[in-house]
Design a protein around this ligand. Structure first.
Ligand SMILES: CC(C)(COP(=O)(O)OP(=O)(O)OC[C@H]1O[C@@H](n2cnc3c(N)ncnc32)[C@H](O)[C@@H]1OP(=O)(O)O)[C@@H](O)C(=O)NCCC(=O)NCCS
Length: 155
């Protein structure tokens, strides 16, 4: 699993996608500190412990580096940045039932735009799974010789 690099200075516009999601009843927004236990618990339940740990770190700084997607008061997706390394995007995930509606792309672009606004020129997506998703949604390119990357030797 390699890392990917995203130039943040030429990101696609994301407001129309967030607006479309909102009109369909899905709000994509930055999480706030009192939501940490709910979000980390949901990530643990739907994905894994490691991602829940990274999520908790994203809640440990201001502004919180975790964005969430909420439908009818229920969490359906999350995305983090500045968790294991500064300047890194991830982890991210959308509940299986909510996939294919633009939620993952909305969360990704919302985080990347937030990173750009906070002063980053590039973001790294660490240990990528779906490369085409990141390439098509955000213009990410693979970083050569980036396996195993920052997770080498992880317990
Ligand atoms: C990857 C993930 C977050 C995508 O979320 P999603 O809400 O289903 O994605 P979207 O509906 O926003 O898809 C946006 C676009 O990416 C494409 N896409 C979605 N998942 C893809 C994948 N796994 N591979 C390639 N393209 C993908 C969609 O077809 C869509 O294309 P379009 O704009 O041409 O219509 C979701 O599938 C997921 O949670 N996967 C499991 C966890 C995971 O792998 N996380 C990433 C770890 S690096």
């Amino acid at each position: 699993m390699s890392d990917m690099l995203v130039p943040l200075y030429k990101l696609p516009e994301h407001r129309s996608l967030l607006q479309k999601l909102s009109e369909g009843g899905i709000d994509v927004r930055r999480a706030i500190a009192p939501e940490k236990h709910k979000v980390a618990g949901w990530v643990r339940e739907h994905f894994n412990e490691r991602w829940a740990d990274e999520c908790e770190v994203a809640f440990a700084h201001i502004p919180v580096g975790c964005w969430i997607a909420v439908e009818k008061g229920e969490l359906i997706g999350f995305a983090c940045y500045d968790s294991t390394c500064r300047g890194f995007f991830g982890p991210t995930g959308v509940s299986e039932a909510a996939r294919g509606k633009g939620v993952g792309k909305g969360l990704l672009l919302a985080c990347l735009h937030a990173m750009h606004a906070e002063g980053y020129g590039y973001a790294v997506i660490g240990g990528v799974g779906p490369k085409e998703f990141y390439a098509n949604a955000a213009g990410a390119i693979e970083i050569p010789d980036s396996t195993p990357g920052i997770y080498k030797g992880i317990l």
